[in-house]
Ligand binder design. Structure first.
Ligand SMILES: [Cu+2]
Length: 515
């Protein structure tokens, strides 16, 4: 059933590119020109990123993600020069299974960085240095795995490149679901994502074998957010560099692509917010969204809704059933922001929704310790190009070791090198409250690396059914409450605001998981 469904997916991909059909790239450079793949995808009715899948026999996905400036021809937008993975926005979709090994060779083909780093690490810098974060994956945060403390520098010599390797063992009991990858070098993350660096990572498994889901077309909906001015991402020379530059939203690299569905047909959409600044309130006119997973963790049963919030970094898996023939818009960002157009057409194809799913139970024991964190923005408090301070106060806040620009008070709560803000003991159940004390239009999605947490309340109102997340929107002037139990991986990891300008400017903490 699953392999048939997979073949069905592959048929939807551009057929001329051999690398797409085999789905495996043995070398850093795929056999087909990635740009060619992207262009063919754009010509198709609804593009899908190139797929690279692990080899079943060996359980390994060995692939490359070269980062370089490429010229993209974006339909309806024009020619854009930006940093890309493998010459495409988004990067290729990586598909693995629990127990697999993922080996990624990254070539940094970017030019040398301009200038030295600012003495304050929380000022954006080094836009040609990156690393790799596997967002939402429950894997080792150290060594050559999901280690965001590494730095993949450009070679420093114009015309040459530098190569870095990531090797991740996906646990045999890893949840099947929708994850994604993006760079996470402190100081350059926002700029790089706003140029289109990001791609989808799918873990295949039990949920895909539910008959109604196996029968549904598997559709990646990767929403990238670009800031474009004069065909480039503006160099971030000041905090205001993006002010007044409208966000361009692409779905699988295309502005407002058209997806077709038959009346009654059920499709499974893997919706990824790969943006840095904008949350999406997803809504599809005249259609219910049947949510089956949040942030890669499957629900116990589908939950029908008419709209949901997808914060930056978040993912939802949705089953969509085609309604009356017609044309419908999936909106996000705001009600006038169309992400894609759904055309319901053709012969009716009645399909069923599943009644039950192989979900993760939504219970944890009573907590034995609590923490309280506050996300706070300070605007126009520093002289110079980056006048704002973004801080995390409360339990574990960073003390003011070095007064910043004479503002001793603003040294509290910033990200500081080697200061561990939160030590989380394996096996202990904790309850965290994260407060956003900023004004109405300040979005601060909370993201924790390495472990999912169980959201139990929003603004102190308990949820009827708690939900597993790795990223959650903290409402302005509001709070979220969750339980956390880390069970296996030790080492240094992170928590931060996934409004990535805020993260780059200090709204980030070091979490250490300890025995
Ligand atoms: Cu924030």
């Amino acid at each position: 059933m699953t392999s048939l469904a997979r073949r069905g997916v592959l048929k939807c991909l551009p057929v001329a590119a051999g690398a797409v059909v085999t789905g495996v790239a043995a070398s850093p450079r795929a056999a087909a020109s990635p740009r060619e793949v992207a262009r063919q995808g754009a010509d198709a009715a609804f593009p899908q990123p190139e797929v690279r899948r692990s080899v079943t026999r060996t359980g390994r996905l060995e692939t490359g993600l070269t980062v370089e400036f490429t010229e993209q021809s974006l339909p309806g937008i024009g020619t854009v020069t930006t940093r890309t993975y493998e010459g495409a926005i988004p990067g290729p979709t990586l598909r693995v299974r629990p127990g697999d090994t993922l080996e990624i060779t990254q070539v940094n083909a970017l030019p040398p960085n301009d200038g030295a780093a600012h003495q304050d690490m929380n000022v954006p810098h080094h836009f040609n240095t990156f690393n790799l974060h596997l967002h939402g994956m429950h894997v080792d945060p150290t060594g050559e795995a999901d280690n965001i403390y590494r730095t993949f520098e450009p070679s420093g010599t114009p015309g040459t490149t530098a190569t870095y390797r990531t090797r991740v063992d996906v646990p045999a009991d890893h949840p099947a679901g929708t994850f994604w990858y993006h760079p996470h070098h402190h100081g350059s993350t926002a700029t790089q994502l706003l140029g289109g660096l990001g791609g989808v990572l799918v873990v295949e498994g039990d949920v895909d074998e539910v008959p109604e889901i196996a029968a549904a077309k598997d559709v990646v909906v990767c929403i990238n957010e670009l800031k474009l001015s004069g065909g480039r991402v503006p160099e971030l020379t000041s905090h205001g560099a993006y002010d007044g530059v409208a966000s361009t939203f692409l779905v699988n690299g295309v502005k407002n692509p058209v997806l077709t569905i038959a009346p009654g047909e059920v499709q499974r959409w893997r919706v990824v917010n790969a943006g840095a600044i904008t949350a999406h309130f997803l809504s599809l006119r005249a259609h219910e969204l049947h949510q089956i997973a949040c942030d890669g963790i499957t629900f116990m049963e589908p939950v029908a809704t008419t709209g949901l919030t997808l914060p930056m970094g978040g993912r939802v898996d949705l089953l969509i059933r085609g309604g009356e023939p017609g044309t419908y818009k999936l909106t996000g960002g705001g009600p006038s922001q169309t992400l894609l157009t759904l055309v319901v057409t053709g012969e009716a194809r009645p399909m069923r929704l599943p009644a039950a799913l192989p979900g993760r139970p939504t219970r944890l024991p009573e907590p034995t310790r609590t923490r309280s964190l506050t996300f706070r923005s300070y605007e126009n408090v520093f002289p110079g190009a980056f006048p704002n301070a973004y801080r995390i106060l409360g339990d574990g806040e960073t003390p003011p070791a070095d007064p910043l620009a004479g503002r001793h008070d603003l040294a509290w709560g910033r990200l500081a090198p080697d200061f561990v803000n939160q030590r989380v003991r394996l096996g202990e159940v904790e309850e965290w409250t994260v407060v956003n004390d900023s004004h109405a239009h300040s979005h601060h999605p909370f993201h924790l690396h390495t472990n999912h947490f169980l959201l139990t309340a929003v603004d102190n109102r308990p949820l009827a059914t708690p939900v597993w997340h790795d990223t959650v929107a903290v409402p302005p002037n509001g709070s979220v409450t969750f339980r956390l139990r880390a069970e296996d991986f030790t080492g240094r990891s992170m928590l931060h605001c996934h409004q990535l300008q805020h993260g780059d400017e200090g709204m980030m903490q070091i979490v250490e998981y300890v025995r």
